[in-house]
Design a protein. Structure first.
Length: 322
């Protein structure tokens, strides 16, 4: 890399991109500014094109052609945000690796604060969302609830209100690469690694342009991934439900038997219907929970690769197009 100085450390910035044509120019400009302001470090940007269909890839190619510090990984199709982040981290060569969204919700300028902390000796520096702009009340409420429920359910210390905007040291990246689970909840995996971690508060802006790529359906899926990856508690719910209904059943049995001996029988249509429906519902829910875990075991056991790269564009100027 021509304009990279040998003795300086390298910062890799990983950016997942899925149909972000409207924001890419603005993002590239801002991240470039941040890169140029880092006097003490060399800088590379690694875009992961997660199967965009809106021409994002052509834009990324343009940056890569004119800027040798830009690298582009193109997936063969859409594999999802968490997998795109993983591919970026897998391919980053930096002494420190930052993950940032392309939509400018995470201000690139905060990276300089991350680097300060990293220089103090932290392995993971994550952004804590102090305020969030431009998100609906429902999203804010459900997100806040989700992080707190997850915290209760797991022994891993996953900080609340933290997304994937973070810096990781080379050492933490090295071990992160060994975690190949399929249904990925990256922020949890990074917490699970341990090492010295700290947070930096930041103000999460609204999306610069375009639409969120996380509709409700994907968000629910993501939340379930988070919980199932880090807690077996839902599996134990059946035991609790079972214990509680058994206690009720015993109490009810006494009433029924006494009634029988006292010589009165109750008509009982309503109570029978209610208990059948209630128990049917509870059983199906418990079965569904077991199904969620089995589906994940099934995905995992197939051992397919996490993602498929169609093309990697790097150092075009030097003709090394691998
Ligand atoms: N993204 C991706 N693949 C997907 C969905 C999203 O690479 O399948 C990228 C997207 O381009 C953005 C980041 O992940 O850079 C976060 O997505 P988004 O901003 O839509 O999520 P939100 O901030 O609304 O939760
Ligand atoms: Mg966003």
């Amino acid at each position: 890399m021509a304009n990279q100085e040998k003795d300086k450390k390298l910062l890799s910035v990983v950016v997942p991109v899925f149909n972000e044509k409207e924001v890419l120019d603005a993002f590239y400009k801002r991240i470039k500014n941040v890169g140029e302001s880092l006097n003490s470090m060399n800088f590379e940007v690694l875009f992961v094109d997660d199967g965009s269909k809106d021409g994002s890839y052509q834009k990324l190619m343009d940056y890569a052609v004119s800027d040798e510090n830009v690298k582009v990984i193109k997936f063969s199709r859409n594999f999802g945000h968490q997998v795109a982040i993983t591919a970026g981290i897998d391919n980053a060569k930096g002494d420190a690796v930052v993950v940032i969204d392309a939509d400018l919700q995470d201000p690139p300028e905060v990276i300089t604060e991350f680097i300060e902390k990293w220089k103090e000796g932290y392995d993971v520096v994550y952004g804590v969302r102090e305020r969030r702009e431009g998100e609906g009340r429902l999203k804010l409420f459900t997100a806040s609830l989700f992080y707190r429920v997850l915290k209760k359910l797991t022994h891993v210390e996953i900080p609340v209100d933290v997304g994937d905007f973070r810096l990781m040291s080379k050492q933490s990246v090295k071990v992160f690469k060994e975690l190949r689970e399929k249904d990925r909840f990256v922020r949890g995996l990074v917490s699970w690694l341990g090492f010295k971690q700290t947070g930096v508060y930041y103000h999460r802006d609204k999306r610069y342009a375009g639409e969120t790529k996380y509709p409700l359906r994907k968000m629910i899926r993501f939340a379930i991934d988070g919980i199932t990856s880090f807690s077996g508690f839902p599996l134990k719910l059946a035991t609790w439900f079972g214990a509680i209904t058994t206690i009720f059943a015993f109490a009810f049995m006494i009433i029924v038997i006494t009634g029988k001996f006292m010589g009165y029988t109750i008509q009982g249509w309503a109570s029978v219907m209610l208990s059948v429906l209630f128990l049917g519902g509870v059983q199906l829910i418990c079965l569904g929970i077991v199904g969620e875990y089995i589906a994940r075991i099934f995905e995992q056991i197939k051992q397919r690769p996490l993602y498929i790269i169609e093309e990697i564009i790097e150092e075009i100027k030097m003709g090394k197009n691998s």
